[in-house]
Design a protein around this ligand. Structure first.
Ligand code: AMP
Ligand code: TRP
Length: 332
């Protein structure tokens, strides 16, 4: 069986360290392990929350630059914009017709984003997961690397694939697997270790943006919330200390060591001292990515050419699969 990865990020707000570690970096680690990789910038998903859809063009290009600067070769892989491939929304419509409303109302992302007044929530926000299922299944992707928060949506995608296969009585779609990497699955806010780092947090100090300059990265880490205790010598000592755990975990990731080893190495030290080391490690890792992103963003023509190349392939695969879907649905 051909193994195919599909994943995507919404071009909303500032792309941050959580997106990079939870999603892009884990994609990069899988590039050589599968037959084909497709990475989408899901601009139509960004439209489901109007307040996030500002600066869509700029944010879309920034995400494309982040993918490439992080190590995704746009020639060997396919990087493209969702709205450049009309088959996503076509397939999403067919999925809307076989997906019970009860399945969609159980999605925690919908419940969080819709808030208390569900009647006022937009239809697009409600059917968001059907479009995400279409993003994945339009390519018959087999693996979907995402952060922990997207697991429920990928599981729903499997249910939708099965519901469609049952409906047409043929195994048209595979059941894609979510791939969630343990230590980077949930990077927490720098201001509150119980909340995930998120584009929608009103405080810029809660997250490190991929385009932050070195001084800003250092400042954000210096101001990151911690507690008054020194660093414990073992992981057990991090219980009920979410901010401490998050920072030590980031250091472990950037220096390619284990959290256990970081605890051992910094046992008894104060966070003020540790934060300087963490800032250095973060700048060393993110600095070159930012420089490459800026270089790519300065040459928009080349960036658009990479996206065109990606959507040409995506359209060819999507068109063939949609032909099969329409036939399975007995359309003329
Ligand atoms: P979004 O910003 O919601 O479009 O997320 C894009 C990707 O980044 C998804 O795979 C998310 O699961 C992942 N992601 C977002 N925030 C975090 C975080 N704080 N930690 C780990 N992964 C994240
Ligand atoms: N829902 C994802 C998020 O909020 C973004 C997304 C849309 C996605 N379509 C996708 C992720 C397909 C993986 C595969 O992060």
């Amino acid at each position: 069986m051909t193994t195919r990865i599909l994943s995507g990020i919404r071009p909303t707000g500032h792309i941050h360290l959580g997106n990079y570690l939870g999603a892009i970096r884990s994609w990069v680690s899988m590039l050589n392990q599968v037959d084909e990789c497709l990475f989408c910038i899901v601009d139509q998903h960004a439209l489901t929350t109007a307040e996030d859809a500002k600066d869509l063009r700029k944010n879309t290009l920034t995400i494309a630059a982040a993918y490439i600067a992080s190590g995704i070769d746009p020639i060997k892989n396919h990087i493209f914009v969702q709205s450049h491939v009309p088959y996503h929304t076509e397939l999403a419509w067919y999925f809307n017709c076989i997906t019970p409303m009860g399945w969609l109302s159980r999605m925690t992302q919908f419940k969080d984003k819709a808030g208390k007044n569900k009647d006022q929530a937009m239809t697009g926000l409600f059917v968001y997961p059907a479009l995400m299922a279409a993003d994945i299944l339009v390519y018959k992707a087999t693996h979907v690397p995402v952060g922990e928060d997207q697991k429920q949506h990928v599981e729903l995608t499997r249910d939708i694939a099965q519901a469609f296969n049952n409906y047409v009585g043929a195994p048209v779609f595979p059941h894609p697997e979510p791939i969630i990497k343990g230590e980077t699955a949930r990077i927490m806010s720098l201001r509150d270790g119980t909340k995930k780092m998120s584009k929608s947090d009103p405080s810029d100090y809660s997250r490190i943006h991929l385009l932050d300059d070195n001084e800003t990265i250092q400042l954000k880490i210096r101001k990151a919330k911690t507690d008054a205790e020194p660093i414990p010598g073992e992981i057990d000592g991090l219980q009920n200390r979410p901010e401490a755990r998050n920072l030590l975990n980031l250091y472990a990731i950037f220096t390619s060591t284990s959290l256990e080893k970081v605890c051992q190495d910094f046992e008894g030290k104060l966070f003020s001292e540790f934060k300087l080391k963490l800032a250095d490690a973060t700048v060393a890792h993110l600095g070159p990515i930012r420089e490459k992103m800026l270089e790519l963003l300065a040459d928009e023509t080349s960036l658009l050419q990479y996206l065109k190349k990606g959507s040409d392939t995506a359209n060819a695969v999507g068109s063939a699969h949609l032909k099969e879907v329409r036939q399975a649905l007995n359309m003329v």
